[in-house]
Design a protein around this ligand. Structure first.
Ligand code: PBG
Ligand code: ZN
Length: 327
């Protein structure tokens, strides 16, 4: 026996002591609950690969958000899922002032006002008939001609009252294009949460079923980031900061915590992680089989996001976690 044993275990003795010294903490106010809005009335049907998450029409969405609000959720991210008939080569329905997202935003802001932060996903893939996030020219995803369409989409959401617009398309220069369009319209207070570092990922599988946005041909590797790259994330994030982003995001979350940590250390802006559909569905599937403890897994993942430096967690598990009192 040595004379002196250094004993880090001392502070692990009781739950109260562990809670006292815990570094990473969670708060319901840092959670963002995503929603998939469809046309119609009275619609609420489950998304197969994402148990607990539904496609909902605006009227049902408002009811769901009200129930979530009572649980403590204070921020939502709205995705539009238009009818197939509304899809076109340039995805123009994305910017229509009366589309499902604009309607949902107006309804939510009308009901909850400043008490709820309403964020909208800005991307063309659910609205283009080819399912890509930008326009196609000569068989390629064309960066620059996509920008005005993305800006118009963001503008329509902002005019409807969105607090935050969140471009997920990964075109170069879109933050500047959107910021310009918003400012020109006097919407200087609408914030931009940039999907700054969005990797081409197999973890989006269930989402593409939910959003009906799978590309009809090819994949998204010519615009989303390559999973093998870490340093490149800093280039993407720095550009977004220069172009006027207010919040940065890393997506997916679990397999990219090195990148989360890099951004948290490099940029003072608030940092979000998107705990994406595939990450959610894997946990749900294993939990349904009784192979894992869902609560323990979710908290462990969320604490990992916080440890890596994330301020905001976008997660499909938000509602369940609060309903079950996990926090
Ligand atoms: C659309 C978009 C995607 C997600 C958010 N916005 C899918 C994609 O890029 O293919 C993924 C969200 C999730 O998987 O939960 N650009
Ligand atoms: Zn897209």
């Amino acid at each position: 026996m040595p004379d002196l044993i250094v004993r880090p275990r001392r502070l692990r003795t009781t739950a109260a002591l562990r809670d006292l010294v815990a570094e990473a903490r969670l708060d319901s106010k840092m959670l963002v609950q995503p929603h998939f809005v469809v046309p119609g009335k009275g619609v609420s049907h489950p998304i197969d690969a994402m148990p607990g998450i539904d496609h909902q029409s605006v009227d049902r969405l408002v009811e769901t958000v009200a129930a979530d609000f009572d649980l403590g959720i204070r921020a939502v991210l709205v995705f539009g899922v238009p009818d197939a008939a509304d899809k076109s080569p340039d995805g123009r329905a994305a910017a229509a002032d009366d589309n499902v997202v604009a309607t949902a935003v107006a309804a939510l802001k009308g009901r909850f006002g400043h008490d709820l932060t309403v964020m909208t996903d800005v991307c063309l893939c659910a609205y283009t008939d080819h399912g890509h996030c930008g326009l196609i020219k000569n068989g390629r995803i064309d960066n620059d001609s996509s920008l005005p369409h993305l800006a118009a989409m963001a503008l329509s959401h902002a005019r409807a009252g969105a607090d935050v617009v969140a471009p997920s398309d990964m075109m170069d220069g879109r933050i500047a294009a959107i910021r310009d369009a918003l400012d020109d319209d006097g919407l200087v207070e609408t914030a931009i949460m940039s999907y700054s570092v969005k990797y081409a990922s197999a973890y989006y599988g269930p989402f593409r079923e939910a959003a009906h946005s799978a590309p009809a041909m090819g994949d998204r590797r010519s615009y989303q980031m390559d999973a093998r790259n870490r340093r490149e994330a800093l280039i993407e994030a720095e550009l977004d900061v220069e172009e006027g982003a207010d919040i940065l995001m890393v997506k997916p979350a679990l397999a990219y915590l090195d990148v989360v940590s890099d951004l948290a250390e490099t940029f003072p802006l608030p940092l979000a992680v998107y705990n994406v559909s595939g990450e959610y569905s894997m946990v749900k599937a294993a939990a349904e089989k009784g192979w894992i403890d869902e609560r323990a897994i979710v908290l462990e993942n969320w604490h990992a996001f916080r440890r890596a430096g994330a301020d905001i967690i976008i997660t499909y598990h938000g509602r369940l976690a609060l309903a079950e009192g996990w926090l």
